[in-house]
Design a protein around this ligand. Structure first.
Ligand code: HEM
Length: 389
C-alpha cells in the first residue's frame, strides 16, 4: 500500500477517491492527517448528520452488535465520547499498565519456554497471538481458563472494522459477539460482589461527580479494550520481528544495544503500522487544502501514508532503528488518541527484548503472506528458524 499512498500524496495530500466499498477524501499528508484527527468538525457518528429515518435499516441480527458499538468511545463524539473516555481514563491509569510489566516479562518467557528444543517456529501461533490476549485478559480480570474464548471474539470483532466486510460476514460473526456480551455481563456480576485489583473492578467503581459507567457501557468498554488492543498488538510484534528478520544490520544494532529497542518500536510503528487507515465523517461543509468537502462525505485517513511523508522525515522509506525524533501517527492524534498506547509500547518492547535475547541464529523460512484486511496490517503466518535458549 505504501507505493499507492506515495503516489496519491504526490498528486495531492487530499483527494477524492473510490476505495474498495467507499468513496471519499483520501488524506495522505502528515500535516493534513494530523489536522483532520484533531479537528472536531470531523466526526464518528453519522447519526448526528443524517436523520435516522433516512439511514438504511439495521438487519435484526445485527441490532445487538450495533447497540454494543454505540457504547464504545471509539465510535462516539463529544460530549458522550468525552464522558466515556474521562471515566475510563480514571480507572485505566499509567500505573495500572506499569504494574503489568513483570507479568508481561513472565508471560513472554513462558511462551518461549514452550519452544525450547524446537528449531522451526511460527511467530503468530507460538508467541505474538497469545501474548496480547494474555495481557489484556489479565488486565481486565478475566479468569485464565476463559482466555481462549476471548481470542475467538477478538477475531469476530475485527470484521467490523474492515472496509470491505460484507453484511453476510457481519451476520456470520454476530452470534459470537452476543456470546461475548453475555459473558461480560456475568463477569461484571461476579466482580460487583467480589471486586479485585483488576481494571474491570476499577471501571465498576469509578465515578465522576456521582456519574458512573452503566452496565452496557461496562460491557462495551471491556470488549473495546479487547478488540482495540489485541489484533493491533499482535501485528505490531509481528510486523516488527519481520522487519528485523529482513534488516539484519538493524537487528544487530538492537542485540548489541538493547536500550535502542524503545526507539526501534517507534520506528516499527512509523514504518509498518498495525492500523493503516481510520475514517471520519465530514461534519459540515468546509474548505481544506484547496478542496471543497461536503457534510456527510467520508474522510479516509491514511495514518500509514502520513508516517512516510517526505516533508517530515528524511529518507522515509528507509527502516532505521536508530532514527532520531521518530514522528508517527500510528496511534492517531486528537480526542481519540489510542488509550492503550503505553500498554502497546510496553508489550512490544518486552516481546522484542525477550525474542532478541533468547532466540539465536534466526532465519526467515519463507516470504510471509499478508492478511487480507485493508485497515489492519499484519501477516497470516511468520515462519522462521532459530534456537531458543
Ligand atoms: C484508539 C492504534 C493498541 C485501546 C486507537 C486509534 C488508533 C489505535 C489508530 C484511534 C482510531 C481513530 O481515531 O479512529 C493502536 C495500535 C495499537 C493499539 C497501533 C498497538 C500497537 C491498543 C491497546 C489498547 C488500545 C493495547 C487497550 C488496552 C484503544 C482505545 C481506543 C484506541 C480504547 C479508543 C480511544 C478513543 O476513542 O478515545 N488505537 N492501538 N489500543 N485504542 Fe489503540
Amino acid at each position: 500500500p505504501y507505493e499507492m499512498f506515495k503516489q496519491a500524496n504526490e498528486i495531492n495530500p487530499i483527494q477524492w477517491v473510490s476505495f474498495f466499498n467507499v468513496n471519499g477524501w483520501l488524506i495522505t499528508g502528515y500535516k493534513e492527517v494530523e489536522a483532520v484527527l484533531k479537528d472536531t468538525r470531523f466526526i464518528k457518528e453519522i447519526r448526528n448528520l443524517v436523520q435516522e429515518e433516512n439511514m438504511p435499516p439495521i438487519p435484526q441480527t445485527l441490532v445487538p452488535v450495533v447497540m454494543l458499538n454505540r457504547n464504545m468511545m471509539l465510535f462516539r463524539d463529544a460530549p458522550n465520547h468525552t464522558r466515556l473516555r474521562g471515566l475510563v481514563t480514571k480507572a485505566f491509569t499509567p500505573r495500572m499498565t506499569e504494574r503489568l510489566r513483570p507479568t508481561i516479562v513472565e508471560m513472554a518467557n513462558y511462551l518461549l519456554d514452550a519452544r525450547k528444543g524446537k528449531t522451526e517456529h511460527e511467530l503468530i501461533r507460538d508467541f505474538a497471538y497469545s501474548l496480547p490476549v494474555m495481557v489484556i485478559t489479565e488486565l481486565i480480570g478475566v479468569p485464565k481458563e476463559d482466555r481462549e474464548r476471548f481470542r475467538v471474539w477478538s477475531d469476530s470483532f475485527v470484521k467490523f472494522i474492515d472496509f470491505n466486510t460484507t453484511q453476510a460476514d457481519l451476520e456470520a460473526v454476530a452470534p459470537s459477539l452476543e456470546e461475548a456480551d453475555h459473558y461480560m455481563r456475568n463477569l461484571i456480576a461476579v466482580k460487583r460482589v467480589n471486586p479485585g485489583e483488576d481494571l474491570l473492578s476499577g471501571l465498576i467503581s469509578v465515578s465522576d461527580s456521582g456519574d458512573k459507567l452503566n452496565e452496557d457501557e461496562l460491557v462495551a468498554t471491556c470488549l473495546l479494550l479487547l478488540i482495540a488492543g489485541h489484533e493491533t498488538t499482535v501485528n505490531l510484534i509481528t510486523n516488527g520481528y519481520h522487519l528485523l528478520l529482513k534488516h539484519r544490520d538493524e537487528m544487530k544494532k538492537l542485540i548489541d544495544d538493547p536500550s535502542l529497542i524503545g526507539n526501534a518500536v517507534e520506528e516499527i510503528l512509523r514504518f509498518d503500522p498495525p492500523v493503516l487507515l481510520t475514517s471520519r465523517w465530514v461534519g459540515e461543509d468546509m474548505e481544506l487544502g484547496g478542496q471543497q468537502l461536503k457534510k456527510a462525505q467520508t474522510a479516509i485517513i491514511a495514518l500509514a501514508a502520513a508516517n512516510r511523508d517526505p516533508n517530515i522525515h528524511e529518507s522515509p522509506d528507509v527502516f532505521n532503528v536508530s532514527r532520531g525524533n521518530v514522528k508517527h501517527l500510528s496511534f492517531a492524534s486528537g480526542p481519540h488518541f489510542c488509550l492503550g498506547a503505553p500498554l502497546a509500547r510496553l508489550e512490544t518492547v518486552i516481546a522484542l527484548e525477550v525474542l532478541l535475547k533468547r532466540v539465536h541464529d534466526v532465519k526467515l523460512l519463507e516470504e510471509p503472506v499478508r492478511r487480507n484486511n485493508i485497515v489492519f496490517r499484519g501477516f497470516e503466518t511468520l515462519k522462521f528458524s532459530g534456537v531458543v535458549e
